[in-house]
Write a protein that binds this ligand. Structure first.
Ligand code: PLP
Length: 407
């Protein structure tokens, strides 16, 4: 722990990757590591009493998601498990149907699961997006058949923040095939926009703790009463047999508290955080001629902006930002552990020279105006330096002239 980089020394703009655990969440969790460490399945009261706290946490998550009954909430280990449970659990429970619909821009927890399912003989439709990152609802409507078992669609995109009209899509689904299950990956939507599942036709919805200021290693899945989903993890009777394994009690308590805090902070998210994000975006677009925003600027969660610095390399940008203690993430490859440029930006038809220089800034309740100003004031020099060593000098000059002519 000697060479540790402390959070107070960094300017953190990567909240779509993970968030700081809220102090109130830590406080709520602590007793479950020490005084109240019993197993909720035990017969004696020291263990059994824990069940009451889990029940409260379930009600808190239900409140965040607007579920009418807390029994519709099952605790999982993360967003990835929730998505796997939805897809694999629904398909196993409905063996007669072999068609899945998803989009080209889903998180790998959905896309790699559907690829795996294709190998097992399922047919998958991958819906396209336009240059703004939006779906074509007619294409969606036309892709639903009597054989469609499940639609898996994210609410908000992790890279661009673009929001899909999932409530409308769930209605379309039920209109065409009432027995098709509609699953929403709401990992990047929870706590950022209002969610009220009871007023929708959404059947299943997944969230992840560490994206909403709860710890890593806990998630939840909402399953509307009556929806057939087989368990992914089989064993004991926990979570009413729907998700076996001794509960991550502290994590669950943390997610419950984080859910209530997320609800309390929703107005702040929709106003203050949005204003900070817009300020950051404006500041960079004004000062950097080769900056462009990727994705719809209207249809977005309030905390995310994806900006391409054209004709330069994302990795180089991130390394320079890291020297300035700024944490952000890149849409091009290595940082995300793959060698491929962002599948999301590719699906949107963004030119490769812009994808390579794409940088995602994602804010949270902890982001301050001072940090926004720091980023706005530091990045232009970084980009100027990188522009000067770019092999695309002719294109950069042309871009600069176009921008100059517009002013
Ligand atoms: N879905 C989306 C949209 C995400 O952004 C992520 C994580 O980045 C996940 C699912 C996976 O969540 P987890 O990290 O909890 O497995």
């Amino acid at each position: 722990m000697e060479n540790i980089i402390k959070s107070e020394n960094i300017v953190y703009f990567d909240n779509n990757a993970t968030t700081k655990v809220d102090e109130k969440v830590v406080e709520a969790m602590l007793p479950f590591f020490s005084e109240i460490y019993g197993n909720p399945s035990s017969m004696y009261e020291f263990g059994g009493q824990v069940g009451k706290y889990i029940k409260d946490a379930r009600a808190q998550v239900a409140e965040l998601l607007g579920a009418s009954d807390p029994q519709e909430i099952i605790f999982t280990s993360c967003g990835t498990e929730s998505a796997n449970m939805a897809l694999r659990g629904v398909l196993e429970a409905n063996p007669q149907k072999k068609h899945i619909i998803t989009t080209k821009v889903e998180h790998p927890c959905v896309l790699n699961t559907t690829k795996w399912l294709e190998k097992k003989g399922y047919q998958v439709t991958y819906l396209s997006v336009n240059s703004e990152g939006d779906l074509d609802l007619n294409e969606f409507r036309n892709s639903i058949t009597h054989n469609t078992a499940i639609v898996a669609c994210m609410w908000a995109n992790n890279e661009t923040g673009v929001v899909f009209p999932v409530e409308k899509m769930a209605e379309i689904t039920k209109e065409i095939n009432p027995s098709t299950v509609f699953f929403v990956d709401a990992v990047q939507a929870a706590g950022k926009i209002p969610i009220n599942v009871k007023n929708t036709k959404i059947d299943i919805l997944g969230i992840s703790g560490h994206k909403v200021h709860a710890p890593k290693g806990v998630g939840a899945i909402y399953i509307k009463k009556g929806t057939l989903v087989n368990p992914l993890i089989i064993g004991g009777h926990q979570e009413r047999g729907k998700r076996a394994g001794t509960e991550n009690v502290a994590g669950i308590i943390g997610l419950g508290t984080a859910s209530i805090l997320a609800l309390k902070n929703l107005d702040d998210e929709l106003t203050r955080i949005k204003a900070l994000r817009d300020k950051l975006e404006r500041g960079l677009l004004e000062r950097v001629f080769n900056a462009r925003v990727n994705g719809s600027r209207i249809n977005r969660v309030p905390n995310t902006t994806n900006i391409s610095f054209e004709y330069i390399e994302g990795e180089l940008i991130l390394l320079h930002l890291s020297d300035l203690n700024i944490c952000a993430s890149s849409g091009s490859a290595c940082t995300s552990g793959s060698l491929e440029p962002s599948h999301v930006l590719r699906a949107m038809g963004i030119p490769f020279t812009a994808i390579h220089g794409s940088t995602r800034f994602s804010l949270s309740r902890y982001t301050t105006e001072k940090e926004i100003d720091y980023v706005i004031n530091s990045i232009p020099d970084v980009i100027k330096k990188l522009n000067s060593i770019s092999p695309f000098q002719k294109q950069l000059k042309e871009l600069e002239e176009i921008k100059f002519a517009r002013k």
